[in-house]
Each structure stands twice: as C-alpha cells, then as structure tokens.
Write a protein that binds this ligand. Sequence first.
Ligand code: CMP
Length: 148
Amino acid sequence: ALQLTLAVIKPDAVAHPLIMKALHQKILEHKFIIVKSKDLVWQRQDSERFYAEHEGRFFYQRLVEFMASGPMRAYILAREDAISYWRKLMGPTKVYRARYTSPNTIRAQFGLTDTRNTTHGSDSVESAQREITFFFPEFHAQEWMERL
Ligand code: CMP
C-alpha cells in the first residue's frame, strides 16, 4: 500500500550541490511522490530532541553537533513501501559496511563517515509518524491520504 516516510538530506550532503542534485534525481527516478519538502537548520536542542533515543551512545555528541552544523533538506515521501524502499536506497548506516556490501547505495557512494552519512530515513511506521510530525507539525497525513 501507499506509505509515507520521512527522508532527510543531512548537512554533509547539502553542502555539495552535485550530491544534492544526485539525491533529488534518485528520489524522482524511483517514483516517490514528493509530498512536502523544506530546507531548515536545527538548533542543538532540536537535534537532541530528535535523537533522544541515542543519548548515552558513544556517537551521540558528534551526532547532535553534526546535525545542527548546517542546513538540511527534509522530505515527506510517498510510495508503495516507502519506508523500506528508501532505507534500501540509503544502504547500511556505516559507510564502510555500505561500500563493502552494497556499493550502489547512497551511503556507499556519498557517505563520509558513520556519522556524516548523507541521509536519514524513518525505520518503521511508528517512527515515520513521529518524524513527519517532528519536521512538519502542520501536516495531516490522514487528510492527505483521503484527498489522493
Ligand atoms: P540515522 O539514520 O540518522 O540514525 C542515527 C544516526 O546516528 C545515524 O544515522 C548516524 O548518523 C549516527 N550513527 C549511528 N551509528 C553510528 C556509529 N556507530 N558511529 C557514528 N555515528 C553513528
């Protein structure tokens, strides 16, 4: 069924116009509907709130700093199986694993480090709902689905 997911292009990728272009093209190529998109910059507290579940992990500090280090682009994407489809395009979180196991994925091609790994994607229906609301508080998924 048609599903919504939240996809984010992280600051490392936004800093490179050619990578931005490649990622945007990938989204279109794979027939996602771009429901909404926006460019934004996080304050450190936004970063901490979004990644609260990782508090205490060894990478937490560098993660929250990185995500507040510059502009990002967030998308609500719709597609058949959007959540797993986008995650498959991204590839594994860890860049070297991505390069080893799935060289055609986004993170394998463009990721810099395990933290600066180019993109984010929701990992379940529940996190997609939470994350869409986090980035787009005014968006009503139900209404959008009904209008389709
Ligand atoms: P993301 O999909 O946004 O979800 C959590 C983020 O934490 C992840 O992408 C990475 O940016 C970061 N992260 C996860 N695991 C590690 C790790 N082992 N080392 C460094 N950063 C990590």
